[in-house]
Ligand binder design. Structure first.
Ligand code: ATP
Length: 265
C-alpha cells in the first residue's frame, strides 16, 4: 500500500465528508487482536499491536509508508501468519485459521487492486460470492440485493471490464458483502477516486457501519480516515505510535513527527 501521505495535522479540521461519524458502535468486540507481532526473517513488520472492533465501529489504520499497516491487515484477515499474538472473532480464537475459514465466519476483505473476473458480468462476479451462501434463484436475488446496496444494480449485465475505477471499487465491495460478513476489511477502497467518487464511497461505508458491520480500513487519504473512523491506530516502523479519537491522534506530536519528519532529518 503506497501512496501520498498527508499530515494528519493539516487535515484534522476538514469536514468535507460530513465531520464526525454519526453511527453508534455498540456491544462487545467482534474482533480482538492481542499483541500481534509479525516478522519476515529479521524484519519486524508489526510489533506488539493490540486492537478491538465492535459492531458498527470503524477502525482506521494509518501510518507512513512501510509502517506495517498492510502486514497487520493481512495478519487480521489470515493472509499473513502472525509470529506472536492472538486474534479472536466473536469470541472464537482464529489465530491459526486460513483466510477462507475467517471469511466463512463472517470476515470479508477487499483488495487494493481489484481483481474482478473481467469477462463476467457485474452480476456474475457477485454471484460467484453469493453462491457460497445461497443456491439458484436465491443466490441471484441476493446478488441483486447487494448490487442495489452498492448502487450497481443498473450495471448488472455489463462486463466488469467496462466499469470505471469507482464502479470497480464498488464491485469489489459488493463481492465482499455477498458473503454477508459481520466485519469488513477495506484495503484502500477510496485512494485514487475523484472527489465525487470518494464521497460516494464514504457515504456507502458509513451506511455499512450504521447497519452494524464492524470495519477496519487502511487508507492513505487522511481526511477520509479522519471523518469516517471512530478510532484510529497510527503505526510507524511496525509499532503503535498513537491511538484514539481521530482528532486526538491527528494532533499527537509523535504522529505529526512521523509524517513530517524531524527538523534535523
Ligand atoms: N513479505 C515480506 N517480506 C519481507 N518484508 C516485508 C514483507 N511484507 C512487508 N515487509 C516489510 O515490512 C514492513 C512493513 O510493510 P507494510 O507493507 O506492512 O507497510 P505499510 O504501512 O502497509 O506500507 P505502505 O503504506 O507503503 O503500503 C516494511 O519494511 C516492508 O518492507
Amino acid at each position: 500500500m503506497s501512496g501520498p501521505s498527508q499530515s494528519p495535522a493539516v487535515i484534522a479540521g476538514r469536514t468535507d465528508f460530513g465531520g464526525q461519524p454519526v453511527h453508534a458502535p455498540s456491544g462487545p468486540p467482534l474482533l480482538e487482536a492481542s499483541n500481534i507481532t509479525v516478522r519476515f526473517g529479521g524484519v519486524v513488520a508489526v510489533k506488539d499491536i493490540s486492537l478491538a472492533v465492535r459492531p458498527g465501529e470503524i477502525l482506521g489504520l494509518i501510518g507512513p509508508n512501510g509502517a506495517g499497516k498492510t502486514t497487520l491487515f493481512n495478519a487480521l484477515t489470515g493472509f499473513v501468519k502472525a509470529s506472536e499474538g492472538r486474534v479472536a472473532f466473536d469470541g472464537r480464537d482464529i489465530t491459526h485459521a486460513q483466510p477462507q475459514v475467517r471469511a466463512k465466519l463472517g470476515m470479508a476483505r477487499t483488495f487494493q487492486v481489484e481483481r474482478p473476473f473481467e469477462d463476467l458480468s457485474v452480476l456474475e462476479n457477485v454471484l460467484v460470492a453469493a453462491f457460497l451462501k445461497y443456491r439458484g434463484r436465491a443466490a441471484e436475488n441476493h446478488a441483486y440485493d447487494v448490487l442495489e446496496r452498492v448502487g450497481l444494480a443498473d450495471r448488472a449485465a455489463q462486463p466488469a471490464s467496462q466499469l470505471n475505477l469507482a464502479r470497480r471499487r464498488r464491485l469489489e465491495l459488493a463481492k465482499a458483502l455477498a458473503l454477508e460478513p459481520r466485519m469488513l476489511f477495506l484495503d484502500e477502497s477510496i485512494a485514487g477516486l475523484n472527489p465525487p467518487g470518494q464521497q460516494e464511497m464514504v457515504a456507502l461505508i458509513r451506511q455499512l457501519a450504521q447497519s452494524g458491520l464492524g470495519i477496519v480500513m487502511v487508507e492513505h487519504i487522511m481526511h477520509v480516515i479522519m471523518s469516517l473512523s471512530d478510532h484510529v491506530i497510527c503505526m510507524a516502523f511496525g509499532e503503535l505510535l498513537a491511538e484514539g479519537d481521530p482528532h486526538d491522534v491527528a494532533a499527537h506530536p509523535d504522529v505529526i513527527r512521523a509524517y513530517l519528519g524531524d527538523d534535523d532529518d
